[in-house]
Design a protein. Structure first.
Length: 113
C-alpha cells in the first residue's frame, strides 16, 4: 500500500520561506500526477500546485510566482518550495497522488504577520 508522508511545515514570519516534502513509500511518483493542497480552518480544501509524471506544473493563481513544485524520482519525493509567505498561506498542507486519490496526513504551515 502506498503511503505519503509530508514534512517541513512550521511557523514562519511574513515574507519567509519553507520547503515542504512529501515522501512516497512506493514508485507512485512515476505514474501519478502529484499535488499539494491546503485547508485553512473553516475553508474547503483547495489546490495549491500539481506536477505530472512528465514534469508539467500547474499553480493556483494565489501562489504563482511564489511557490514551486518539483519532484525527485530517485528519492520518491515531491517538494513545495514556498517563498514570500503571507498570513493567508496559513493552512494545513496535504500531499496527494491525484491519479489514485491517495492522501498524506498533512503538515501545518503558520505564517505570522
Amino acid at each position: 500500500q502506498v503511503r505519503l508522508v509530508e514534512s517541513g511545515g512550521g511557523l514562519v514570519q511574513y515574507g519567509g520561506s519553507l520547503r515542504l516534502s512529501c515522501a512516497a513509500s512506493g514508485t507512485i511518483l512515476s505514474i501519478s500526477v502529484m499535488g499539494w493542497y491546503r485547508q485553512a480552518p473553516g475553508n474547503t480544501r483547495e489546490l495549491v500546485a500539481t506536477i505530472s509524471s512528465a514534469g508539467s506544473t500547474n499553480y493556483a493563481d494565489s501562489v504563482k510566482g511564489r511557490f514551486t513544485i518539483s519532484r525527485d524520482g530517485a528519492k520518491n519525493t515531491v517538494y513545495l518550495q514556498m517563498n514570500s509567505l503571507k498570513p493567508e498561506d496559513t493552512a494545513r498542507y496535504y500531499c496527494c497522488a491525484t491519479s489514485y486519490n491517495i492522501w498524506g496526513q498533512g503538515t501545518q504551515v503558520t505564517v505570522a504577520s
